[in-house]
Design a binder for this molecule. Structure first.
Ligand code: GAL
Length: 373
């Protein structure tokens, strides 16, 4: 009977996770995860009430999550968006029964060698699961090899490894998954926000084109690559001609973007009609320079970011930013925690767990602000 309960619950948990995240079906790897330590595998379930079992991941598969150890590697603590993400991740893991003392979150300080050492330390410590936001996505295969060899399940977040790397997880039936949103969608939404304004508003210098400046995040990151490509593609798909005045790397950083946009504005002046920033931190920096140059967003220039930081949402409401795209750190951190639980309990996961971005303009900024505040 106990076995039947646990199979039912594992299936229910998996269904819930997939339904909640819009996960793509890349094949599940159920039941191959190493269980938590024998200490954590004590049988605790006696109830046959399915609802109460499903309420508690710990009870559902007889694992005491309060004893499970989670290692979390963040690429850089000073990143605004990843700060929201990691705080929510910790909060959610605790709400699911993990002990705060057993959740160790470390700062990779944007240095892959530092992070690789931290992963090695977690392996030596014998954590039950690793959640990793890689410094360099291109190091994923090395990271995966280390972690899989140690027989520890691995949840990548935020910085998606490439297709070849993801294919290895599937081909080898490894307990490795990626949780994140589709960066192409965020770029498309940025472009659509601008395209929807129409050529009459956008083409202020009347050259028949949308003249734009692009401020990119870390160019090694697919989020930066796809947002750059798909924002412009959305303008072209809407039938608008485009003219790239400048394309610079701001590395997700507000102060860097502020300087880059100040330079672009002094070089191209009133010809700059749109500033695309791959994230909100950089859009906030861009806004400072736009205002110092005596330009007015919504009147003689347009500005979009991604993330929906609360400060940016307030700007969207006030009209000092044209729009942003909500990068749902709640959905992503919760899915990452659920994936970690599914590995610890032996339920397994798909190798890709997705979520949706949300387009934000003045029309829905309050709604998103209510969510993030
Ligand atoms: C992106 C986010 C950026 C930055 C980056 C880090 O998804 O939009 O603000 O946090 O992740 O990899």
């Amino acid at each position: 009977m106990k076995k039947a309960i646990s199979i039912f619950t594992v299936a229910a948990m998996t269904v819930t996770l997939l339904a909640g995240c819009g996960s793509s079906a890349s094949g599940s790897t159920a039941s191959t995860a190493p269980a938590a330590t024998s200490e954590t595998s004590t049988v605790t379930t006696t109830s046959t009430d399915a609802a109460s079992i499903a309420d508690s991941a710990a009870a559902s598969t007889n694992v005491d999550l309060s004893k499970a150890k989670v290692g979390v590697c963040i690429y850089q603590f000073s990143d605004n968006f990843m700060t929201l993400f990691r705080n929510e991740l910790e909060k959610y893991l605790v709400s699911k029964g993990f002990s705060k003392d057993n959740i160790e979150i470390v700062d990779g300080a944007n240095d892959q060698a530092t992070q690789t050492n931290q992963i090695q330390n977690f392996i030596t410590e014998g954590v039950n699961v690793l959640i990793i936001n890689p410094v360099n996505s291109s190091s994923a295969s090395t990271i995966t090899d280390m972690v899989v060899k140690a027989n520890i399940p691995l949840v990548y977040i935020n910085r998606e490894p490439d297709a070849d790397e993801e294919a290895r997880w599937k081909d080898n039936n490894w307990n490795v998954t990626y949780v994140g949103c589709d960066a192409k969608q965020s770029g498309t939404f940025q472009g659509e926000i601008i395209a929807d304004l129409g050529m009459d508003k956008l083409d202020m210098n009347k050259n028949g084109k949308v003249d734009y400046v692009m401020i990119e995040g870390d160019p090694e990151n697919v989020d930066a690559q796809y947002r750059t490509e798909y924002s412009v593609k959305a303008l072209e798909d809407a039938g608008l001609a485009v003219n790239k005045l400048d394309d610079e790397v701001g590395n997700w950083d507000q102060a860097t973007a502020q300087q880059l946009v100040a330079n672009a504005l002094s070089q191209y002046g009133n010809d700059v009609e749109v500033v695309f920033c791959n994230n909100d931190a950089m859009a906030l920096g861009a806004l400072q320079s736009i205002q110092s140059a005596g330009r007015t967003v919504g009147k003689d220039i347009y500005l979009v970011g991604v993330d929906a930081l609360s400060e940016a949402l307030e700007d969207v409401q006030a009209g000092t930013m044209t729009g942003t795209v909500f990068n749902d750190h709640f959905a992503q951190s919760h899915s990452a925690a659920e994936a970690a639980i599914n590995y610890i309990t032996g339920a397994g996961n798909d190798h890709y767990i997705g979520c949706d971005y949300v387009k934000v303009t003045a029309d829905n900024a309050q709604e998103i602000l209510d969510k993030v505040k």
